[in-house]
Design a binder for this molecule. Sequence first.
Ligand SMILES: Cc1cc2nc3c(=O)[nH]c(=O)nc-3n(C[C@H](O)[C@H](O)[C@H](O)COP(=O)(O)O)c2cc1C
Length: 165
Amino acid sequence: MLVLVLHPPKAGVTQRLALEILSGAAGTGAQAELVTTDKKPNLSAYDLAFIGSGVYALHADPSIRSIVEKADWSGGRKAAFFCTYSHAGKKAVGNLSKTVEKKGGVVLGTLSIRTKGILTYLGRGELTESDLVRAHAFGEKMTNTASGRWVKRVNEKERIRGYKQ
Ligand SMILES: Cc1cc2nc3c(=O)[nH]c(=O)nc-3n(C[C@H](O)[C@H](O)[C@H](O)COP(=O)(O)O)c2cc1C
């Protein structure tokens, strides 16, 4: 299982998210690579592509849009999108997802994280610990889904019993 985590070279906060996704994906035993868009990776070489960007003027970075539009998604190639944004960002990943689906690909999931802090609206927001935990879990879950692995959820009764042991 070969997994790509892709983001624009200038990514700041989004790169932090990408590193957690990479770590979550690699934790499943998959081979996971972090690549920036300027390296122009061939998406068809990967079993799953995590593709992420900050949101700028309501859209993902142009380098991300260009790679997504040009890639061959036919035959159900798999993608998962992530973004960081300050006030209105979810549409950006929605548009990327539509492009993939129109071209015959499958979007396994999306993760949109709103940044926090007083500099958020200046494009210098921060992530919380729980954002990073979510990103790690997203990386793990999407990779497990792509490889057809299903992780049984522990119910509350089992969880408490497990805790006492
Ligand atoms: C020039 C510029 C335009 C932005 N436009 C939007 C926007 O339209 N919607 C939004 O929610 N956030 C917007 N933001 C906030 C960024 O999406 C957010 O700060 C993101 O975390 C940046 O990611 P990065 O640090 O990886 O570049 C903008 C930020 C900048 C600098």
